[in-house]
Design a protein around this ligand. Sequence first.
Ligand code: ACO
Length: 321
Amino acid sequence: MTGIICGTGSYAPSYVMDNNEIATMVETSDEWIRERTGVVTRHIIKDETTVSMACEAATRALADGDVDARELDLIIVSTISSNIILPCTACEVQKELDAEHATCFDMSAACSGFVLAYNTALAYLSGGIYKTALIIGSESLSNLTNWKDRGTCILFGDGAGAAVMRAGEGKTYFPVTCSDGMKGNALTCQSRHTLADTRHMADPEYSIQMDGQAVFKFAVKKVPEAIDETLKKNGVKKEEITWYILHQANSRIVEAVAKRLGEPLEKFPMNLQEYGNTSSASIAILLDEMKRDGRLSGGQKVVIAGFGAGLTWGASIIEWR
Ligand code: ACO
């Protein structure tokens, strides 16, 4: 018994902010951002919230998989940027979908979140505990961004992606996942709920802060290692992998990972040009795009790999049906 993705969906806010607009807020340029990150535009919430985007992506994934919300046993939402703390975002999705039988909880693992949500659902489904699961990555990083810090505000965007999984016959591939809390200082964001008043809302300390070069070095070393280890653990050869779907942080990170793995860049699809870094939503949005445009098809083996704050990282193999 294993877990099989049978439907995907995504949602991106309609407001699109391009690099030129960012250049009106901080000293930067379209050329610099494109060259150093690959990002050209990002979608930014106006009326949407993390909850509303999660609900929309989930509705689309259920429709795509032809799954009734009442069949869901489990809903996991990965997010670090929800508009609500209580109830959890997953319970809000349950309410919106009327998924009355689902057990719901959120997961906070930043840019590794979707991979960890997938692994968690996979464990429940392959273990026979649940039959149908919905996993969602939804982020409004614009709410956590310091729009005066050119080292970070150029990178992030908002959006949500979802996948529906069913238990079914097949091989379960074992993931490789790692965390290193000792290096957590490279990428931080203090909780806005640690102070009793609201003066801190404009304080950069309560926005994302990042040592960009440290994160870059960590990602290009640890992600290929985790992918190699995952392939080895499951007896899968690189030639068998059709796609490596990496967290969409930066095109230079994706290129460096491809080079270290000795695999052609064509096997590493990217959509960060349009979305920027949407943290735990990025892999799910890309999976949905690739399913809809036909790049994903039955029989393919796909690696998904996440990395980010924590530090956390990991890779899993999905056999597409
Ligand atoms: N526009 C123009 N100049 C800039 C900008 C900008 N937006 N940002 C920094 N600079 C300047 C710096 O001030 C510096 O100037 P100096 O040499 O005069 O001091 C120069 O550009 C080089 O700065 P670096 O920080 O060395 O630039 P780098 O090439 O490392 O690029 C970047 C910065 C894009 C942040 C890069 O380090 C990076 O992509 N790191 C990975 C970050 C990432 O992907 N994080 C997310 C992963 S985890 C997650 O998703 C949460």
